[in-house]
Design a binder for this molecule. Structure first.
Ligand code: PAF
Length: 278
């Protein structure tokens, strides 16, 4: 695996790949890789001839009281996992490489950036969209892959690519879970052993909601309120549990089909995200 932090050098290496007529799949990450990321890398190989990954902890998408400084950085372990997964190029820029000046031009997503995660993390999706746009300009992939665990992020980026007419196919990777159902996330490492034992309750809660909806319960507000109260009675601090339309993440009504239940809840230090499609 070739590792680049310098943008010009990566660009000329990738230009050679394109000259050879090979297509490029790109999976951006913030490092601290787990099986979910590795599954994206493996999927990436099915979509193109050459796989490029990036590792960059993007300050722009963290709020002032969030865990930017504490975000786990495990570069050497990440590199060996990427090598094993067949990644050919890793782009691992420093902040100076990617933000040589303060980023004053930004990608401002529409209303969707203020819903759900956006309401809890103001500016988060502006930071994500801006860095991904920059990464796309640098790597110029044919295909880019993002995990479905971050459902809203995937939607923001899909819409961005569509509206800016970027010639990039966006692929959503299925959420990879531990045996007990907990969605894998870099932030799971912050859980104490007791919290880790409690954590699968989030997915179980979403499955229960899904079951209730499929059995004909359309009182979505009451379903979500009860689910949230139940989680909180087990030590969680729920930001939201909500049944939304898959298409635009707007609030779902009884006549809507193709739904998704999205949730974010704090268990001890970390805030866990999960979702389930109906
Ligand atoms: O999902 C992530 O890890 C990040 O939000 C991303 C897409 C790499 C942008 O920094």
């Amino acid at each position: 695996m070739e590792i680049y932090s310098n943008i010009a050098e990566l660009r000329s290496a990738l230009a050679k790949v394109r000259q050879e007529g090979r297509t490029i799949a790109f999976a951006p990450t913030m490092g601290n890789l787990h099986a979910g990321h590795i599954s994206l890398m493996r999927q990436a190989r099915e979509h193109a001839d050459c796989v490029v990954a990036s590792i960059f902890v993007n300050r722009l998408q963290f709020g002032p009281n969030e865990d930017f400084d504490k975000y786990p950085r495990t570069f050497d372990a990440d590199c060996s996992q990427l090598r094993d997964a067949g990644v050919e190029f890793l782009f691992a820029p420093t902040e100076i490489d990617l933000y040589p000046q303060p980023q004053t031009y930004v990608v401002e997503p529409p209303e969707i950036q203020f819903l759900l995660e956006g309401e809890c993390r103001p500016g988060h999706f502006r930071g994500v969209a801006t860095v991904v746009m920059k990464l796309f300009q640098i790597v110029q992939p044919d295909v880019a892959l993002f995990g479905k665990k971050d459902y809203q992020q995937l939607m923001v980026l899909r819409n961005m690519v569509s509206q800016f007419m970027l010639p990039i196919k966006i692929v959503g990777g299925e959420t990879v879970r531990a045996d007990d159902g907990l969605a894998l996330s870099s932030r799971n490492g912050y859980l104490s052993p007791e919290e880790r034992a409690e954590a699968p309750r989030l997915q179980q809660t979403l499955k229960n909601i899904r079951q209730a909806v499929l059995s004909g319960n359309h009182d979505y507000d009451a379903l979500c309120r009860m689910a949230s109260e139940n989680l909180d009675s087990h030590g969680w601090k729920t930001d939201y549990i909500s049944i939304r339309r898959q298409q635009d993440l707007g609030p779902a009504s009884a006549s809507d089909t193709d739904l998704v239940v999205v949730a974010a809840s704090k268990l001890g230090t970390p805030r866990l995200l999960d979702n389930i499609e109906i």
